[in-house]
Design a protein around this ligand. Sequence first.
Ligand SMILES: Cc1cc2nc3c(=O)[nH]c(=O)nc-3n(C[C@H](O)[C@H](O)[C@H](O)COP(=O)(O)O)c2cc1C
Length: 446
Amino acid sequence: MPPYEPILLKNMLQPGYTGSLADYERTGGYQALRKTLGKIAPADVTAMVVKSGLRGRGGAGFPTGIKWGFLPKDYQGPRYLCCNADESEPGTFKDRQLIERDPHQVIEGILLACYAIGAETAYIYIRGEFALGAAILERALAEARAAGYVGRNILGAGVTIDIWVHRGAGAYICGEETALLESLEGKRGLPRVKPPFPATHGLYGKPTVVNNVETLANLPHIVNRGAEWFASIGSPPKSTGTRIFCVSGHVRRPGNYEVPMGITFRELIFEHAGGMRSDKALKAFIPGGASAPFLTPEHLDVKMDFESVAQAGSMLGSGGVTVMEEGTSMVWAALRLMEFFYHESCGKCTPCREGSSWLVQTMRRILAKRGRREDLETLTDLCQNIAGRTVCAFGDAEVAPILSTLKYWRHEYEELIREAESLGLAGIPELVMPAAARHEPHKFEV
Ligand SMILES: Cc1cc2nc3c(=O)[nH]c(=O)nc-3n(C[C@H](O)[C@H](O)[C@H](O)COP(=O)(O)O)c2cc1C
């Protein structure tokens, strides 16, 4: 395994590092802010981030500096930065670690982004379940305020930036940037129709940037070590820097691993995460959170960069890599994800609201060995009528597990349907889903 230097997780890997202001400053914390405020023009900070090639770590992978550049230059009123700490994608748990273990790294990133875009107010939108993370952030913000890093006239440079922590109530949709803005405004978290985009009409209708926690945490390092340094890491020119991949599932050492983009899934899973937990072979993996289509052992040598994973028919998404061993029922796995999406559909768009219910019912029927041959066409048809027909990307996300398992493991669906036919149960409605099907996956092994 090559000796990769972690960037974002480096501090917290030091024994005894607590994430306090004193610890952070000892490792060079807030030097990037000192170097920047009043010394580098905001537009030059944006140019540096463009040059670094940094792309969003929240899911869509949009180039960060370019996004900042969409804010109107001559707008006189307030503008906002929102740090997206909702981290609601199943299989993703990196932002939580960044917040809980090194909160000042995130705060310094927020300050640099605010300075670059001219925002005097930033909100950290954190999911309600992250009670510990919210408390840690509040404490860190109090320390930063007392030290003159946050508030009025920061470091005597005449710059004002305040940062507030806002707790969400734990809805997946509130990670979607416009639903997040609605929720922050005190309304129900429903996505907005785009355009207009947040860059011009964001929080309270003002120019706004929404960036993910990990995206922002990279900024102090880019300022300290330079855009060229960052751009040389990973898989340049389009996938630069490191990423924190959250490995879960049937591996020996699940956890967060920060690696340069462009290593292979094989290296991540078999070297960093210790390989499979038992002698069963790898059967499937999700490469980038629940919204990313499943991949197969044939994709283990795909490079973990934006382009290569897209070419393989999936996406790096939020960086959540979930590994499944031989014996896992892929119909069961797809249903579990679908049940999550069904539960979390916000209900705004008819195809998603109604379609997710039909998808779950059909999938449950197939798994309960009551499916019909036509059900597979119904599933495909439903998915095709959801994807691309909703206000936000939730619709595309929820069909990914079903379409990709139908593509690679269709025979498992067919086998269940054949059994239903041989039992004479095909198409017979099922009133109650057996609890085992929901909670005991081993009973549904193939
Ligand atoms: C349904 C849905 C859920 C999302 N959840 C999150 C989330 O929890 N955290 C996040 O950073 N981005 C999430 N996103 C992506 C955001 O909309 C947005 O693209 C991102 O916060 C932008 O930050 P970035 O450019 O730094 O990646 C979600 C998107 C969708 C469609």
